[in-house]
Write a protein that binds this ligand. Structure first.
Ligand code: FAD
Ligand code: FO1
Length: 452
């Protein structure tokens, strides 16, 4: 088996047909290092039938606008080119996959469908509904995680320390290199090249938040970003990753979110890099443990974007402090305009609006201040998710819902010393920031960013 069976879930066995195999690409929007695509190709070869890759473009999607769809479409155009070079046809469908995928399978008498994995409700519902509507089998392949999310544990984990041993027990066996996606002699002209101008013209999403031009989309740019990280930032990562005034992060999250690079590729490259083991361990802790903990949270807590998913102690403490006076209260609109009294917070909001990517350390502070300055914790959670998914390139992601739940509701955290408003939720304040890094330097760095 080219693809480890522990990555594959037969969603619905159906009766296999004799026509082409469809790879329904959604989360993992790349040609190389894509286990779902490798699995579909192997099935097509075994059956001596064509392979066709389809992407079903739908709007709206969790607050995404031109900024996010632009990144996605430019990356997809690169996917189409790479696939055609390897003799694999690509088709872009428009509309609800529940209708469009079964219709495509019917129209082309396809024999089986393979799709990728995401723990978000919108995706698990789509996959279940499409499987129910198909006569032929549908397989889901976890192409996103190093250790498949459904395999690493069958329950909700409560902290990094509980999932970490389960991940590292099997990660070495999964951290293999990827097979090459070899050429096929497919019927690439049965599906004509995509008319991307027409796709862009028909994109009915809000366009008032401009594309993030400082981050180049696509699979090739993602690899360049990884190479740049290895060469210039990895060695500094342990000491400087929590310093927003410096540039020590990988910068990979937009590419990881849109599946333009595999977390496994990043992990393999970091492990093979000429860098201190401490730096490698620090990166793998974030990119494997923290990220797969977020996958686990969204997979096992369907209410991952609601307070009901917070641990009991957190909901209790937030309720006990719901009536505490709020020394500063801001409207969503004031927050969106970065018009608070706190210059560090305003800089973080501006960094996100201007670049599409807020520094990870500031996201914690940014989220916790929204709790402090919103009328209720429910409203705070709503605002964190709304602003995050509206402006971040890497938004609408398990990492984001988990980051919001960690900041507001102590998910994967523990109770801390009780205080007003926060109760026992971990607190952060600007004095703490100033102890950690040069806040004024960060503010100057953001002010120097060009306005959108
Ligand atoms: P690096 O430090 O280089 O990390 C590399 C990769 O490791 C990241 O791309 C990510 O996949 C993973 N990782 C790092 N930190 C975390 C973390 N805390 N939790 C889970 N995975 C992590 N991340 C998103 O991808 N999308 C979001 O919408 C998002 N929203 C967040 C909101 C809040 C309130 C908080 C506290 C965190 C959020 N994060 C989100 C997590 C984290 O801040 C980002 O993943 C990280 O800053 C991305 O930048 P990077 O890839 O350069 O980071
Ligand atoms: N996936 C799709 O299959 N079709 C889409 O039209 C689509 C739009 C989209 C917009 C923004 C964004 O952040 C992700 C988007 N995805 C889309 C990605 C995909 O749905 C992923 O499966 C989800 O991000 C769930 O993890």
């Amino acid at each position: 088996m080219l693809v480890d069976a522990r990555r594959v879930r037969a969603v619905d066995r159906g009766t296999r047909g004799s026509g082409p195999v469809v790879c329904w690409m959604s989360r993992d929007q790349r040609v190389d290092d894509n286990w779902a695509l490798l699995f579909a190709r192997e099935m097509a070869l075994e059956r001596a039938v064509p392979l066709v890759v389809v992407f079903c473009l739908f709007t709206p999607f969790l607050g995404a606008g031109l900024r996010q769809y632009g990144f996605l479409l430019r990356g997809l155009a690169e996917v189409e080119r790479s696939l055609r070079e390897r003799g694999i046809p690509f088709a872009l469908l428009r509309g609800d996959p529940r209708n469009r995928i079964p219709a495509f399978v019917e129209a082309h008498r396809c024999g089986a469908v393979v799709t990728d994995f995401s723990p978000l409700r919108i995706r698990t519902a789509q996959v279940a509904d499409v499987a129910a509507a198909l006569e032929v089998p549908l397989y889901e392949v976890d192409a996103h995680n190093v250790v498949p999310a459904r395999y690493v544990t069958d329950k909700r984990e409560y902290a990094a320390r509980t999932i970490r041993p389960k991940l590292w027990r099997t990660a070495p066996a999964f951290l293999t290199d990827f097979p090459e996606l070899e050429e096929m002699d497919g019927p690439i002209d049965r599906w004509p090249p995509v008319d991307w101008d027409q796709v862009w013209a028909g994109l009915d999403v809000r366009g008032d938040i401009p594309e993030a031009t400082s981050i180049v989309p696509g699979e090739a740019a993602a690899l360049r970003c990884l190479e740049g990280f290895l060469a210039e930032r990895l060695a500094r990562y342990p000491e400087e990753r929590n310093d927003p005034a410096r540039d020590a992060l990988s910068g990979l999250s937009p590419y990881l979110h849109f599946g333009q690079i595999a977390p496994q590729r990043a992990a393999l490259a970091v492990q093979a890099a000429d860098a201190p083991q401490e730096a490698k361990d620090a990166f793998l802790e974030e990119s494997i443990v923290r990220r797969e903990l977020a996958e686990n949270f969204c997979l096992h807590a369907e209410d991952y974007d609601h307070m009901s998913a917070f641990p009991d102690w957190a909901r209790t403490t937030l309720a006990e402090h719901a009536e505490d006076p709020r020394p500063a209260l801001y409207s969503l609109e004031e927050m969106e305009r970065a018009a608070t009294h706190d210059e560090a917070w305003n800089a973080a909001q501006k960094e996100m609006v201007r670049t599409g990517k807020m520094h990870g350390y500031m996201r914690m502070y940014w989220g916790k201040k929204i709790l402090e300055w919103s009328p209720t914790p429910e409203e705070a959670l709503r605002r964190v998710i709304l602003l995050n998914d509206r402006y971040e390139l890497d938004g609408r992601d398990p990492n984001g819902y988990t980051g919001a739940a960690w900041s507001i509701g102590g998910v994967h955290d523990r109770p801390w010393k009780e205080r007003p408003i926060f109760g026992k939720i971990r607190y952060m304040n600007d004095r703490g920031l100033r102890r950690k890094f040069d806040v004024d330097r960060y503010i100057r760095k953001v002010e120097a960013l060009e306005q959108p």
